[in-house]
Write a protein that binds this ligand. Structure first.
Ligand SMILES: NC(=O)c1ccc[n+]([C@@H]2O[C@H](COP(=O)([O-])OP(=O)(O)OC[C@H]3O[C@@H](n4cnc5c(N)ncnc54)[C@H](OP(=O)(O)O)[C@@H]3O)[C@@H](O)[C@H]2O)c1
Length: 328
């Protein structure tokens, strides 16, 4: 099978097309024929070596944590059928979605959304679960006033919509170039993060920094007493002075490190099937142009998601509303 791998850490051009033997699923696993993967900043951080001190991987390594495709082979103990449309979040250390086939633990799969093309479904797992887990960690409740900072990115575009689905009144902040896009996602108001005041102090119950760019002090000012800031910076909890400052003032600081979660993924899939959650795709690239997709992601200016299409015909396939996709 064709895959994209890197054998050495470095810039985007260390990614190369390789031929690998077809993998076989073990007990509890399935092989997924990949329609599309998506590009996440973690992919190029891993490729560049930024994670090498705390995440050991063996080279050559096939990146890609977001999987959308169909079940192609099943290991023992798995009740799924060949052809079932699925999505999955692979653990960062295993990844492997930049390929025509990938082995996935059956327990981490969710049905692909009905009525959404499989390529767009690949935009959901990592960013959708990050947003969902962050907002849940913050204890977001119906009626809360939520600020999503970095609303035009992969996590942000889904967080704006998920915040609304959880019943919050959402204010979204992004650069002017993303304003129109983000306004279409259902935010009550969209602020220009470079020009507008984010709000008067104490305006929000929850502040979600979806890009790790809002200084903690600013998040704290924006929160009401007892409110919660949550960030995608997974090390925020270790930044003791900021942590203590939050606590002293009756405000909480939480961080999220996304975890595979089949139940959460099924929730995202169900929202997408109902048309309530819409992945935003900036651009799709064929698998062999993974290095160009990484270069674009590294600009930090992507609006929504970048996709890598492994199988063009399968990527255009729209799962119907019958079978496992509807009943799981
Ligand atoms: N902890 C976790 O588990 C976890 C999970 C997923 C992602 N992450 C991290 O979260 C971050 C966002 O991920 P992503 O997939 O959403 O990335 P992304 O799609 O590449 O984010 C791009 C967006 O970032 C915005 N942006 C860039 N610089 C900004 C700044 N200084 N202030 C505010 N917004 C800025 C841009 O919007 P504008 O148009 O407004 O500039 C752009 O739309 C990444 O650092 C990623 O590694 C962490």
């Amino acid at each position: 099978m064709r895959a994209i791998a890197f054998s050495t850490y470095g810039p985007a051009d260390v990614l190369e097309v390789v031929e690998l033997p077809l993998p076989h699923p073990g007990p509890g696993q399935v092989r997924v024929r990949v329609a599309a993967a998506s590009v996440n900043p973690a992919d190029w951080r891993l490729r560049s070596g930024q994670f090498r001190r705390f995440l050991r991987i063996s080279l050559p390594f096939v990146p890609g944590c977001d999987v959308a495709g169909v079940v192609d082979a099943v290991g023992s103990g798995v009740s799924l059928e060949i052809g079932d449309p699925v999505i999955a979040l692979q653990p960062t250390k295993i990844a492997g979605a930049y390929a025509e086939q990938v082995i996935v633990d059956a327990a981490s799969l969710a049905p692909a959304p009905a009525g959404l093309a499989l390529d767009a479904a690949a935009a959901l797992p990592l960013c959708g679960l990050t947003a969902l887990q962050a907002l849940r960690r913050a204890g977001l409740s119906s009626g809360d006033r939520l600020l999503v900072y970095g609303a035009a990115g992969g996590v942000g575009t889904l967080a704006v919509q998920i915040g609304g689905l959880l019943g919050a009144e959402v204010t979204a902040a992004c650069a002017a170039s993303g304003r129109e896009l983000v306004a279409g996602l259902g935010a009550a108001r969209v602020l220009d993060r470079e020009r507008d005041d984010l709000a008067s102090p104490g305006s929000y119950d929850v502040v979600f920094d979806a890009v790790n760019a809002l200084p903690f002090r600013r998040s704290r000012q924006l929160l009401r007493a007892g409110g919660t800031a949550v960030t995608v910076n997974p090390f925020a909890a270790r930044l003791a002075p900021d942590w203590l400052a939050f606590t002293r003032n009756g405000r909480r600081l939480r961080s999220v490190l996304v975890q595979p979660d089949a139940v959460g993924l099924a929730t995202l899939s169900s929202w997408a099937s109902q048309g309530d959650l819409r992945p935003v795709v900036e651009r799709s690239y064929p698998l062999e142009q993974a290095s160009s997709a990484h270069e674009r992601s590294q600009t930090g200016r992507v609006h929504g998601k970048l996709l890598l299409v492994a199988d063009e015909a399968l990527a255009a396939h729209v799962p119907g509303s019958t079978g496992w996709a509807a009943s799981a």
